[in-house]
Design a protein around this ligand. Structure first.
Ligand code: NAD
Length: 292
């Protein structure tokens, strides 16, 4: 690393709080080194009251860009010059690109989800997806899937503060894309069974399956699955979740959240460097496999 940094090296940041636990710096710097891209990626502890100044710093220091995570994802857009269609629809940004002082915001979580599916030979375009979740990850996936051409999306969520976000997402998808979206209460298990029955893809985009919800499954029991259904977890955890364990018992193809994590980073890498992330190399270095 020290040998590769020169006076020409351009800086890319990660602005969030807390952030010291993040695996993004290791991932991005490994990928820069692997393709000989002259960039360095560093994490900065930046909270909500500092994000406006931090965006000014991107311009002042002529940084190439930045990733943004909580609590800044929904705040940073107002300080940028332009948003991608997905970032605008999601109301959230996780990637900033600085082109000579012009800052454009993107949300790459949904792009990463769709790219990971493709890399794992899963093609939901023109088909139906049922998804549980209405938080940040779920919204990014739902919006990108609709923009990319998934035909129908049935969204389920518990009746917490996120439910209304899901309803807003449904409205935006129906008004602004060709996809048909509907919202349901996760407690309505009859609706869940019906919507899953004719879906190509089922996605858990909630924290269920990971600490502190490691014993929670958004699907009540394995009678909801059929072998042809593809079942995807978004939580990063490498351990097999209760939900995917049930799906596997029925014979479903399943996938964990690591591919989405890798490909959301790959999308940012490509926006900043103009080069493709060396995916096979990164999978090997990071020990990523799509199933467990
Ligand atoms: P969030 O806080 O924005 O949303 C949380 C979601 O979980 C909401 O839909 C909420 O209603 C739901 N929920 C909470 N408790 C629940 C319960 N007991 N039963 C059912 N649903 C429940 O969080 P987020 O940022 O959207 O993250 C969701 C998950 O996705 C987390 O596990 C996170 O680690 C993971 N994630 C993964 C990636 C990736 O690249 N793989 C990216 C972002 C987030």
């Amino acid at each position: 690393m020290a040998e590769r940094i020169t006076g020409h090296t351009e800086l890319i940041g990660l602005m969030a709080y807390p952030i010291r636990h993040s695996s993004s710096p290791a991932m991005q710097n490994e990928a820069f080194a692997a393709v000989g891209a002259d960039y360095a990626y560093l994490a900065f502890e930046v909270g909500a009251d500092e994000i406006e100044d931090a965006v000014k710093a991107i311009r002042t220091l002529k940084m190439r860009g930045s990733n943004v995570s909580m609590p800044n994802k929904t705040l940073v857009g107002q300080y940028l010059d332009e948003l991608s269609p997905a970032a605008e629809l999601c109301g959230a940004v996780n990637t900033i690109v600085n082109d000579n002082g012009y800052l454009k915001g993107y949300i790459t979580d949904g792009i990463g989800f769709m790219a990971a599916l493709k890399d794992n030979n899963i093609d939901p375009i023109g088909k139906k997806m049922t998804i549980v979740g209405a938080g940040g990850a779920a919204t990014a996936i739902e919006i990108q899937a609709a923009l990319d051409g998934v035909a129908e999306i049935s969204i389920f969520n518990i009746k917490d503060k996120f439910y209304v976000v899901g309803e807003e997402t449904v409205q935006k998808i129906n008004e602004r894309t060709n996809c048909k979206a509907q919202m349901f209460d996760l407690a309505d298990t009859e609706a869940l069974r019906r919507e899953m029955a004719d879906s190509y893809l089922f996605v858990n985009a909630t924290g269920a399956g990971m600490k502190p919800l490691e014993d929670v499954s958004v699907v009540p029991d394995k009678s909801f699955f059929r072998p042809e259904l593809i079942v995807v977890d978004v939580p990063y955890g490498t351990l097999l979740t209760k939900m995917r364990k049930m799906a596997k018992e029925v014979g479903c193809k399943t996938m964990n959240g690591l591919g989405m994590m890798l490909f959301q980073g790959a999308a940012g890498f490509e926006l900043w460097t103009g080069k493709e992330m060396p995916i096979d190399h990164m999978k090997e270095v990071l020990g990523i496999s799509y199933d467990d």
